[in-house]
Design a protein around this ligand. Structure first.
Ligand code: GLA
Length: 723
């Protein structure tokens, strides 16, 4: 059960569910002050209140008692608090002063959806809308707080409304801020690079600024819109963790500022660098939504809360809670070098081993034989596909398979008919040389004509191909920002306008094809964020398909995102990104940590391997519900050593899949027991493969002992069912 109460006496708002409380108080001249976030408390008494008593309304004076010392809910720049705030404005006279005080509030059942932005749904939730107002300018800010009952998550966003008579420009508009009284936390972030996305890093907080951010126009491969603070002693399995994740796919900033008195201010939102937004009188701006997660069960508990949020409130549509088709994608099998016959032979072979879906990747349109042409020209390349997409799709469907297609709708190749016709449709800075990346430029999604063209041409291709699945790719970041359609004073709106345009075109295309499974992709996992997950339930996790690298990438990706969101494929050996050779069983066990598929030329595999693949596919089908939607436990971190292990448990705890991978084999090595989690201690479990039986209590307290590895990169997998 959730509740939101307002105590008129103490002027406290208390948001709570059965496990968590979040409390704020109107104090110090009616500023919303942060009082508490953590394990549930039933009510607020004097001790908690007295934290803020030096600054009660009777004694408060803005001149004498700087807000600089108080934990706040919506700190602003241009006021008495000199730390970095959530909001900076520029009035027409060039000044930035702002004094936001309580005006009114409303408590709602459920949760309003954000205008123009993806946001979580609100079944079983309650929402507080708290409006603050700056009397001088007429600007108000409506803070939204939603508390869920099935996940220990509080969703926050802010709507800034210009109720004054003059225009006002936002220079900084973050989504959420939490002031902690202490700073004895470790900061966990995800960072990486192409083919090495989302590696976990941990560092102690120090006085000053720290965090992660991007200015690339995408949530990026280099980092991820997430941070977590670990209280002293918090680990994977225990202790208190406070985390924030942002529902946004563009440039963001997530930061912690530790001040002079050792208070820590954590904030997340749209990247303020290169951002501004002008509001005419009467206009409003909505920030993306941030999710605040509290866990008293370490990082593992945090992840299970985020996974519940994703499954119950973020992903939507026919595929959100369904088993996913096993696919084969031709990218690493053929790259650009294919014709219809080659594709059909791959599809036939895939069908024979029980694969459900054939995906045609890049290179089917225009005259694209390499990555240097044709993006934007979504017309079939009849040289490669003599019967067009329609003919190929018909032939694939006739095999009894589903048909999927790759598109990269946001891009334009300078060598394309589209570019020759509309050279100003891309993002560019006046007459300066346009800097290409992967030989391509980015379409200006702030323009309505561009959005119309994309929706029309992409929908036509998907209809022509009668597709069952779409991989929506985006292969470069944005530089030299500039739009031919925006006035000089609005050029800094382009980054956010691009993302709003993206959400609009994606929503329109997804709505047009309600039965199609959509997977997003960005040069691998370059936009692996909750924003896109509201629109597309899965995302390609990384262009790195090497099993051991994927252990690391998927392990840390699971901090926020469940396996049902992570595209993961078995690829060829030697691996195309690392040259590493790992056994087929290991590559498959790791790919089962996500939405399962293949990305290699099956027609070149020996008969024994094809038989093995057919058996693996039967296994995936048997285990998929638990693998994708079970409660997820990380057991051994690949960032800590030579092993990696994780498991998923069904909600009734009667079924589980455990995966254990060892990187390098060592001679004379005694494997240590792997303690499992989430099982029922009273039940006995049998491994479906070997018939071995253990007690749930035994597996969780002593563990199961993996075989000593023979050879590098070996995996053991258990499919446990309760007897
Ligand atoms: C990106 C994707 C790959 C593949 C190529 C095609 O790199 O991440 O999976 O689709 O584009 O060009």
């Amino acid at each position: 059960m959730t509740a939101i109460t307002f105590d008129v006496q103490t002027r406290c708002f208390h948001l709570l569910n059965d496990r968590v409380s979040y409390i704020l108080r109107l104090g110090a001249g009616a500023y919303p002050l942060h009082l508490y976030w953590g394990r549930r408390v039933r009510a607020v008494h004097d001790d908690l209140l007295s934290r803020l008593t030096p600054y009660t309304d009777e004694t408060f004076s803005l001149h004498e008692t700087p807000l600089d010392l108080l934990p706040q809910e919506c700190p602003v720049m241009g006021g008495a608090d000199l730390r970095e705030g959530m909001l900076t404005v520029r009035h027409t006279d060039g000044t930035d002063a702002l004094d936001l005080r309580y005006e009114r509030h409303e408590i709602l059942e459920g949760k309003p959806q954000l205008a123009g932005l993806p946001s979580a749904r609100g079944e079983g939730a309650r929402t507080l809308l708290l409006t603050l107002r700056d009397a001088e300018s007429g600007l108000s800010v409506e803070l939204a707080y939603t508390i869920y009952d099935d996940a220990d998550i509080i969703a926050r966003s802010a709507r800034i409304i210009n109720g004054g008579a003059q225009a006002v420009t936002l220079e900084r508009a973050l989504s959420a801020c939490v002031d902690f009284e202490k700073a004895d936390f470790s900061l966990v972030t995800l960072s990486g690079a192409w083919a090495r996305e989302r590696q976990a890093s941990v560092r102690p907080l120090v006085q000053g600024d720290q965090g992660v951010s991007t200015t690339r126009g995408a949530s990026s491969v280099q980092t991820n819109p997430f941070l977590a603070l670990l209280a002293p002693g918090a680990t994977e399995t225990q202790g208190e963790v406070y985390a924030m994740a942002l529902c946004y796919s563009g440039s963001f900033a997530a930061s912690v500022q530790v001040d002079q008195h050792g208070m820590a201010r954590a904030q997340i939102g749209i990247q303020p660098v290169n951002f501004s937004w002008t509001l005419a009188p009467g206009e409003s701006f909505t920030t993306p939504e941030a999710y605040l997660c509290f866990s008293a069960e370490g990082l593992g508990g945090m992840s299970r809360q985020f996974h519940t949020l994703v499954h119950s409130h973020i992903t939507t549509g026919r595929w959100a809670r369904s088993e996913r088709p096993l696919l084969v994608n031709n990218w690493e099998a053929t790259y650009f070098g294919f014709d219809e016959e080659k594709l059909l032979s791959l599809a036939r072979c895939a069908k024979d081993v029980g694969i459900d879906l054939f995906v045609l990747d890049d290179g089917w349109f225009g005259h694209r034989d390499a990555d240097n042409s044709s993006l934007g020209d979504w017309v079939d390349d009849m040289r490669k596909l003599p019967h067009g997409l329609a003919g190929l799709s018909e032939r694939i469907h006739a095999l009894g398979m589903k048909f999927g297609l790759w598109v990269e709708p946001e891009m334009i190749s300078p060598d394309s008919d589209l570019y020759r016709a509309h050279p100003d449709w891309c993002i560019h800075a006046g007459n300066r040389t346009r800097i290409e990346s992967r030989h391509q430029l980015v379409l200006d999604l702030s323009r309505e004509d561009v959005r119309e063209y994309i929706v029309t041409s992409i929908c036509a291709a998907l209809r022509r191909g009668n597709v069952d699945y779409v991989k929506w790719d985006m292969n470069r970041n944005i530089n030299m920002w500039g739009s031919a359609c925006l006035s000089a004073d609005r050029q800094k709106e382009l980054g956010h306008r691009y993302i709003l345009g993206l959400y609009e075109i994606m929503s329109r295309v997804v709505r047009e094809f309600p039965d199609v499974l959509f997977e997003s992709c960005a040069g691998g996992g370059g936009r692996f964020d909750l924003g896109l997950m509201c629109l597309m339930p899965q995302a390609w996790c990384s262009d790195d398909t090497d099993a051991w690298m994927r252990c690391r990438i998927q392990y840390a990706t699971s901090y926020v995102f469940p396996p049902s969101t992570m595209g993961a494929h078995v690829s060829a050996v030697p691996n195309h990104q690392t040259g590493r050779i790992s056994p087929l069983a290991t590559r498959a066990a790791v790919a089962m940590g996500g939405t399962y598929g293949y990305e290699l030329d099956l027609t070149r595999l020996p008969a024994e391997e094809l038989e093995q693949i057919a058996a693996l596919n039967r296994r995936v089908h048997a285990m998929q519900r638990v693998l994708l939607y079970g409660d997820f436990y990380r057991l051994r971190s690949p960032f800590a050593g030579n092993e990696c292990a994780w498991m998923s448990v069904s909600p009734d705890r009667r079924e589980a899949v455990v995966t254990h991978v060892t990187a390098l084999a060592q001679p004379n090595f005694k494997p240590s027991p792997l303690r499992l989690a989430g099982l029922d201690p009273e039940l006995d479990y049998r491994d479906e493969e070997t018939g071995r039986v253990w007690g749930g209590d035994e597996l969780m307290n002593y563990g199961f002992v993996p075989n000593a590895p023979w050879g590098d990169y070996t995996a053991t997998q258990l499919h446990l069912k309760a007897l």
